[in-house]
Ligand binder design. Structure first.
Ligand SMILES: [Zn+2]
Length: 360
């Protein structure tokens, strides 16, 4: 019971420090006149939730990633309503993962004529079962809450080793948030694209030029970025996640090339799919560097005839880990789970040419 009491005391303190915010909050920043980013503060909080970007023109509002749960989408709509009376004309889905789009039915309800725009791959993924997990989301919350409560009470992991305080705090935070998460997950609705394309689409919204670009594979095979050439703002979706990149099913050669094209846009501000706004190319340069290193290591191991499974284990991330984590233990754990472990297999899967995500 000691760990339990301690952790709850800490969570109460945390809650006060955070101003009682919940996991579906946005911090809004105006990036250029009429161009806004909404970023969920505290990127490590569970569940992860994608950032949103919106552009107000004299003809309406274009939203890029409209919220992972209805409450987030409603908060986005509330923010937009406070800034303009014009309707939202387009909601763009950067990629199929639900933390970027499972709330956007709120936009369709509020703005019946709204177009939902995505890459063709995203449309295929959403219509061929990849987003079916939307129905399993609510049911997963109560058992997770029970598992976390048990871990908090014992203070131990499944092997009987003491859990670090940072992990216990995250678990307690989730327990604290679980009623709200559960009720939001019960409201999730799949909202399919009404328009799709493969290469690029420009929305001429009043006098604004809003370019939706497919720069190549990365986080998925169909990630879009939104580029505003006049304002020099780019919203990158999960091609860029800060401070811990997502390496699930991501081919490093293709990703590095895609990120090179992203940096070639010469943006002033980049909105990552999760995490802090970037005002220069340094973080994307670091992502390119780690991908290039993995490709070079892989190719050398293959040339030396090292069998695939052994070669996967030999990929060395040690030079990069501190550059992403700054030595923080919680970040190091996330770096291992979200990047290092999945990238080991993805790096070799890229050689076979098989799709990273099968659509069936
Ligand atoms: Zn995401």
């Amino acid at each position: 019971m000691q760990a339990f009491a301690l952790v709850f005391a800490l969570v109460v303190g945390l809650g006060q420090a955070r101003g009682q915010s919940d996991p579906f909050t946005f911090d809004f920043t105006e990036l250029a006149p009429g161009v806004w980013a909404g970023v969920r503060p505290d990127v490590g909080r569970t569940p992860v939730m994608g950032s949103a970007t919106f552009v107000i023109s004299d003809a309406g509002v274009v939203v890029f990633d409209g919220g992972g749960v209805p409450l987030m989408s409603e908060r986005l709509i509330e923010k937009i309503r406070a800034l303009t009376e014009l309707p939202v004309t387009h909601v763009v889905i950067s990629h199929w993962h639900g933390d970027h789009n499972f709330g956007i039915s709120s936009f369709r309800d509020e703005f019946p004529g709204v177009e939902i725009v995505a890459h063709e791959f995203t449309y295929e993924a959403m219509t061929r079962g990849k987003t079916d997990y939307i129905h399993r989301r609510p049911g997963a919350v109560p058992p997770m809450r029970e598992r976390y409560l048990a871990r908090i009470e014992s203070g131990l992991d499944l092997e009987g080793d003491p859990l670090p305080e940072s992990v216990l705090l995250r678990m307690a935070e989730f327990v604290d948030d679980s009623d709200l998460i559960h009720s939001e997950y019960n409201r999730l609705e799949l909202t399919l694209p009404t328009m799709s394309f493969r290469e690029s689409l420009t929305i001429h919204s009043g006098s604004r030029r809003i370019e939706l670009l497919f720069l190549g594979a990365g986080n998925t095979a169909g990630d879009l970025v939104m580029w505003l050439p006049e304002e020099r703002v780019v919203a990158a979706g999960d091609l860029v996640v800060h401070p811990t990149p997502y390496g699930f099913n991501v081919p490093p050669r293709a990703w590095a090339d895609t990120l090179g094209r992203l940096n070639a846009l010469d943006y002033d501000v980049l909105v990552p799919g999760h995490g802090e706004l970037q005002y220069d190319t340094r973080y994307v340069d670091l992502l390119i560097e780690v991908c290039e290193s993995l490709v070079a290591q892989r190719d050398a191991l293959v040339a030396a005839g090292v069998p695939s499974e052994e070669a996967q284990a030999q990929l060395d991330f040690t030079a990069f880990e501190p550059r992403f984590t700054g030595g923080d233990p919680e970040s190091a754990d996330l770096f291992f789970q979200y990047f290092e472990r999945p990238m080991r297999s993805a790096t070799f899967k890229e050689l076979t040419g098989e799709p990273m995500v099968a659509l069936d």
